[in-house]
Design a protein around this ligand. Structure first.
Ligand code: MG
Length: 375
């Protein structure tokens, strides 16, 4: 296929489902990628967005990556990375990795639509079937601190997760004094009481001493994992945490290349028998970059089941299913309309199955379909 047009728009997103809570200024880029392939009298269009957490990438997409891809002629999604990165130097990823990953998502959506396959099936065909079941273990992610009535609103949110069929959940800590966060964890554990059913995410907020103090305080809680406990490149602090915390820790969400993954493995004190790798396929230059990370870490003795990609959206679900990863994040209520599963999706024993819609299946989320079509 040839890419003939890429349109981008930067849109506001909120960590909260409640529109009355100030969204906080976070954005993401949405793209519509038009191909020269025609089906049923219409050009096939792929859609993508910049996952969540790292802002829109409009300038980079419009000025560098979209023009190169359009100029490249016929492209395959696995080879488009090279076309987009023409002339770019290694290292210093900044957020160009997110811009490239945004277009990559739309490329895969288009390619799978052209093949008339859901993305997970298309990826299995392209990458080799891992023999993995299509149902993916998932957890409901959210639990951001509410500006008012935090504990009662947190519990309401988690009850909705539980009542929708989720058996695992993740909440945020790190934005308040530790005692207040421990009260959040205790409140959340009332709704998700089983050991290994509740994770906490410190959003890379702690300095070294605070990270160690939080790890020691959380050690008795039997958490599913302790995530993003310090600066993503502070491997000293990360390894100091694993020295005092014997439960699983999760890291890698804000690292973007195989070289950085190798550094995390070499210096972060992670344990291959229990810890979790969060690399976001969209933020790592898209699927080609993510596959390099998976291959690198497998070559260093990591299990594929250690990978639980960050993002919380449909693309991550297809990738986790096709690659046979441990599971994936789902944002049932945060970052609407980008998070969560397709409208009306039903979980089975805490697992989610990607839809049979061609491509990523964004069309299965009504509000998201309308947003993309507006492009
Ligand atoms: Mg995180």
């Amino acid at each position: 296929m040839r890419v003939v047009d890429i349109r981008e728009r930067t849109v506001d997103i909120s960590r909260y489902a409640d529109p009355s809570i100030p969204p906080g200024g976070l954005t993401t880029s949405i793209v519509a990628l038009t191909t020269d392939v025609v089906r049923n009298g219409r050009s096939v269009v792929g859609f993508g967005f910049s996952s969540v957490g790292r802002f829109g990438q409009g300038g980079l997409i419009r000025e560098r990556f979209a023009p190169r891809l359009i100029a490249a002629g016929a492209v395959d999604p696995l080879e488009a990375w090279a076309a987009m990165m023409k002339g770019e130097k290694p290292g210093g990823h900044g957020e160009r990795c997110v811009a490239v990953g945004t277009i990559d998502m739309a490329l895969w959506d288009a390619a799978a639509k052209i093949a008339d396959l859901p993305l997970h099936a298309f990826l299995r065909r392209r990458l080799g079937d891992r023999g993995s079941p299509s149902a993916v273990p998932v957890y409901a992610s959210g639990g951001y601190r509410y500006p008012e009535d935090d504990l009662s609103r947190l519990k309401d949110e988690l009850r909705r997760f539980r009542d929708s069929g989720y058996r695992r959940a993740k909440i945020k800590i790190g934005a308040a004094p530790l005692a207040r966060d421990l009260a959040r964890v205790a409140a959340a554990a009332e709704i998700f009481p089983a050991p290994q059913s509740l994770a906490v995410d410190a959003m890379n907020s702690y300095q070294s001493n605070a990270a160690i103090a939080a790890a020691e305080a959380l050690r008795p809680c039997g958490l599913m994992w302790l995530e993003d406990v310090c600066d993503p490149l502070d491997f000293d602090a990360q390894s100091a945490v694993t020295a005092v915390y014997d439960g699983p820790v999760a890291a890698g969400e804000a690292l973007f290349s195989a070289a950085e993954a190798k550094l995390l493995d070499r210096h972060g004190g992670l344990r291959r028998d229990r810890d979790i790798l969060l690399f976001d396929p969209v933020h790592c230059y898209g699927l080609p970059g993510y596959l390099q990370i998976v291959e690198t870490m497998e070559g260093r003795g990591w299990r594929r089941s250690a990978f639980w990609p960050h993002g919380g959206h449909l693309f991550g679900l297809h990738v986790a299913s096709a690659l046979g990863l441990g599971g994936t994040e789902v944002n049932p209520s945060s970052f609407p309309p980008f998070g969560g599963l397709i409208d009306g999706a039903v979980l089975s024993e805490g697992n989610a199955t990607p839809s049979d819609l061609p491509g990523v299946g964004f069309e299965g989320i009504g509000a998201l379909d309308r947003l993309f079509r507006g492009l």
